[in-house]
Ligand binder design. Structure first.
Ligand SMILES: Cc1ncc(COP(=O)(O)O)c(C=O)c1O
Length: 385
């Protein structure tokens, strides 16, 4: 006997482990064969055309110093919250930040999370019940698919940004219905017909939920706010790890929904709340954002410079995400490597992250990209395609 296990049990477990490893190895080998294996690469030096730091806040010294000063004045912000929000983790900082966020977004309530993935998991796993239906745009973010599995709800898909198809599905439904969309799509860089979808949701009495992960901070506080659709959108998710240069996310909704999530949403309840530094950096981030509107102007100027180079793309003309469709995996890989050899960091998206045949180069534009960098990038792309 060793480790409390008999020889029989050790042999037994080794056999089980061995079988399981074979299955994992086969799955990885399969990815390797398809040339779709994912690996972790340490961030390289180069011109950033791949991060979601659209306004350069994450690299902004002024913002960093503001946060540094804040923690120097109150080092307790840096250490752990000590418990779930429902036990010891509900601090004055998180409550103050939520109240502030709800007010600026003109919603009754806000509920904070350590990431957008967590916020979506919390929202979509708790709201639709097993007898409810959720109709999602076919290009919706993975976090929402994962949450739907947790909720066991009935999930239907409508064609990307296609209101007629959405309506044809809505017409056939009974019972409680939810609709889930993104406002600015993360992989295609195109924009949802939000007013039309909000109108459909209202007409068919469906709860509309909008993920504004990529729109928040680029299009002010997001499209729901810009179009004043708060009363027609049951819940909006904004994230802070992209344009705000910090981390975390908020669900914006009414008091009843917040109260319901606090009571019934497992990803909210059964976890230690984040340290106060996160909530404080979000609070400071909103103020920094409002004091630095010139960075948004610079971002839109850079998007215009990129668009003026006449690269073929399905993305919206004002989107910081510009997709270049290259459905040939090998060609895409070569382009990505050529860009990297020229000092440009861009992200190639292979299936299964996107559907097979829709692989693409995803260019993210930023306020800090220089004109010559954008022109240099597009020259390499043009020479290649
Ligand atoms: C549309 C969308 N929703 C949610 C998320 C998750 O947000 P986070 O990165 O803060 O977890 C992402 C992140 O890529 C996203 O693109």
């Amino acid at each position: 006997m060793s480790n409390g296990l008999s020889l029989f049990h050790r042999k037994f477990f080794r056999k089980i482990m061995f079988k399981d490893f074979l299955q994992f190895e086969a799955a990885l080998e399969n990815r390797k064969q398809n040339r779709t294996l994912r690996t972790l690469e340490t961030r390289k030096d180069g011109v950033d055309f791949y991060s979601n730091d659209y306004l350069g806040f994450a690299r902004n010294n002024e913002f960093q110093n503001l946060l540094l000063k804040t923690v120097q004045e109150n080092p307790r912000l840096l250490t752990g919250s000590t418990g779930s929000r429902l036990i010891s983790g509900n601090t004055e900082t998180v409550t103050k930040t939520e109240n502030f966020i709800a007010k600026v977004h003109q919603y009754e309530s806000a509920l904070l999370f350590p990431s957008g993935y967590n916020a979506n998991l919390a929202l979509f796993s708790a709201l639709p019940g097993r007898h409810d239906t959720i109709i999602i745009d076919e290009k919706i973010h993975r976090s929402i698919h994962d949450a739907c599995k947790m909720s066991n709800c009935r999930k239907l898909k409508f064609k990307h940004n296609d209101c007629d198809h959405l309506e044809s599905i809505l017409k056939r439904q009974k019972g409680k219905i939810y609709i889930a969309i993104e406002s600015l799509y993360s992989m295609d860089g195109d924009i949802a017909p939000l007013p039309e979808i909000a109108e459909l949701a209202e007409r068919y009495n469906a709860g509309l939920i909008v993920d504004e992960a990529h729109a928040f901070g680029v299009f002010r506080y997001g499209f729901v706010d810009q179009l004043e659709l708060q009363r027609k959108v049951l819940a909006t998710v904004v994230t802070y790890g992209k344009a705000l240069g910090t981390h975390g996310a908020a669900i914006l909704t009414n008091n009843l929904m917040k109260h319901y999530l606090v009571n019934f949403s497992s990803p909210f309840i059964y976890t230690t709340s984040s340290h106060d530094f996160l909530w404080m950096s979000i609070f400071k981030g909103y103020h920094f954002f409002n004091e630095n509107r010139k960075l948004s102007t610079q971002l839109f100027e850079n998007i215009k410079i990129f668009r003026n180079q006449n690269i073929k793309t399905p993305s919206h003309e004002n989107s910081p995400i510009q997709a270049i469709m290259i459905p040939d995996n090998e060609q895409l890989r070569r382009l990505k490597n050529t860009l990297s050899d020229n000092g440009f960091l861009a992200y190639a998206i292979f299936s299964p992250t996107v559907k097979e045949g829709t692989e693409r180069l995803r260019i993210c534009l930023h306020s800090f990209n220089k004109t010559e960098e954008i022109i240099g990038l597009t020259k390499v792309i043009k020479d290649f395609t």
